[in-house]
Design a protein. Structure first.
Length: 194
C-alpha cells in the first residue's frame, strides 16, 4: 500500500528486480519485490534511481521497470507522443514472412538443412498477442516491448545495465506536469551544467 501523496510512475516486473546502492554493479542491496510500485526519479544511462512508497530508494536496471499508465493529458495541455507500435509490427511481419518462405522452400525440397540454416541465421522475431495487449521483440534494440494498441514500453531487455557513475548524463524525470510538487524536468550533465 502506498502512502498519501506518493504517485508511482512504474512497477517492478513480476519476477522482482535486483537493486544496488548506487549505479554500480559492485554495490548490490536487497532486491525489490515483484509488482512493487516505485517512482523513477533519475536516470543515468541504463540505470534508474527509484523511490519506494516507504521512502527507501535504490538503483535498478531502469529498462526493466514497467510504466504505470498516467492520466490522459488535459485538453488544453500539449499533446504527448508515444512510441508507435506499427513500425515494429511491420518489421515482425516481414521477418515472419522470410522465415515462412524459407520453411516452404525447405519442405518443398528447394533447400537443404545447411542452406536453411544459412538463410535464417540472425533472423529474430517474437510476437505475443493477447486481446488488446501485445508483446513484440525489437531485435534492433535487443528488448521486448509491451503495447496496448497505442503505445509501447520496454518490458524486458537482453543485456545487463551499462554505464558507469559520472559517465552518462543524469536526467531527472518528472512523471506528469499535473503532479503537484514536481519541478520541471531538467537535464544535468556530469559536470553539473544544465
Amino acid at each position: 500500500m502506498t502512502t498519501s501523496g506518493f504517485r508511482p510512475t512504474h512497477v517492478v516486473p513480476r519476477h522482482g528486480l535486483p537493486a544496488w546502492e548506487g549505479p554500480d554493479p559492485t554495490r548490490p542491496t536487497v532486491p525489490l519485490d515483484p509488482l512493487l510500485p516505485v517512482r523513477l526519479v533519475e536516470r543515468r544511462g541504463d540505470w534508474g534511481h527509484v523511490l519506494c512508497s516507504n521512502g527507501w530508494s535504490a538503483w535498478v536496471d531502469g529498462r526493466l521497470l514497467v510504466a504505470v499508465p498516467q492520466d490522459p493529458p488535459a485538453a488544453d495541455g500539449p499533446e504527448g507522443r508515444a512510441a508507435d507500435p506499427r513500425p515494429l509490427l511491420a518489421r515482425a511481419e516481414r521477418a515472419l514472412a522470410r522465415y515462412r518462405d524459407a520453411v516452404e522452400e525447405l519442405m518443398g525440397g528447394g533447400l537443404d538443412g545447411e542452406s536453411f540454416r544459412a538463410r535464417t541465421r540472425g533472423l529474430r522475431v517474437g510476437v505475443v498477442v493477447d486481446g488488446e495487449s501485445v508483446w513484440l521483440y525489437d531485435p534492433g534494440q535487443g528488448r521486448w516491448v509491451y503495447g496496448d494498441g497505442t503505445r509501447l514500453s520496454t518490458y524486458a531487455v537482453d543485456d545487463a545495465p551499462a554505464g558507469k557513475p559520472g559517465r552518462a548524463p543524469a536526467r531527472t524525470v518528472t512523471p506528469t506536469a499535473a503532479d503537484p510538487g514536481c519541478a520541471p524536468t531538467r537535464v544535468v550533465t556530469p559536470d553539473g551544467d544544465r
